[in-house]
Design a protein around this ligand. Structure first.
Ligand SMILES: [Zn+2]
Length: 246
């Protein structure tokens, strides 16, 4: 097999390798991990916000209780100094009403203190759980970022190799014929050998005419009549056939 074919086969290997690296897949995986991390953080924030709302509600209720107690004290004071029976009675009714409000307010606060305690526990549990999950995810993200960077580096290095290889190919016509096959969206390999009278790309037997052509011109490359791939006759086949003929 000629050196120029060997050179082109190496180029083909590099180009095939470059075509199989799917950077998008790595990027998608990375994005998915980052989204999971964001979701975890958002969920914890939501639970925390819920807890803060509960605490705020209790504070507001306590202020209301304080206001009611203040009101009660005033009314009791007014009642104590009230001279008229009518006013005394009216204040008595008001005091009873305020006391009812106070009792209901206290009960409400007690209920919400219990709810707050439950929410506090749930938040603490979730915070710990989230912390562990976040740590694992961050490790995975770092790992994935490394893989992604390596992949990018790999692509760059392959592109560089391919560029150099292409520049150094002397037989420009052969390269053009190889590129012609590639441009036709034919699957890898674009350059393939003839073995046992068959194209090693599509594995179909060559026509007798093409078979004859290769026997007479083993150094020449030609397109496969079936699949369009560029065919070459490997040196070993030439030697075998010469040996057969002897
Ligand atoms: Zn073929």
């Amino acid at each position: 097999m000629g050196e120029k074919i060997h050179f082109l086969l190496t180029l083909q290997q590099y180009e095939q390798r470059l075509a199989t690296i799917d950077l998008k897949e790595y990027a998608a995986r990375l994005l998915c991990l980052q989204k999971s991390l964001q979701d975890l953080t958002e969920h914890l924030d939501q639970v925390h916000h819920d807890l803060l709302c509960e605490q705020q509600y209790i504070r507001t209720s306590e202020q209301e209780l304080f206001r009611l107690e203040e009101n009660l004290r005033q009314c009791l004071g007014q009642q104590a100094s009230s001279k008229k029976a009518e006013a005394f009675q009216a204040l008595g009714a008001k005091i009873t009403h305020i006391r009812e409000q106070i009792a209901s307010c206290e009960e409400n606060i007690l209920q919400h203190l219990e709810i707050q305690e439950d929410k506090q526990k749930a938040f603490a549990g979730l915070a710990k759980e989230t912390e562990d999950k976040k740590r694992k995810l961050q490790e995975e993200i770092a790992e994935q970022q490394k893989v992604f960077a390596e992949c990018e580096q790999n692509i760059l290095s392959l592109q560089e190799k391919i560029k150099t290889f292409r520049e150094n190919i002397v037989d420009r016509e052969l390269l053009q014929r190889y590129d012609h096959v590639k441009s036709k969206n034919i699957h890898f390999p674009w350059l393939t050998s003839v073995a046992d009278h068959r194209c090693q790309g599509c594995h179909i037997r060559l026509s007798p005419e093409q078979d004859d052509f290769f026997r007479q011109n083993p150094e020449v490359q030609d397109y496969c009549e079936q699949c369009g791939r560029l065919l070459y006759v490997p040196a070993s086949t030439m030697e075998d056939e010469e040996a057969d003929e002897c």
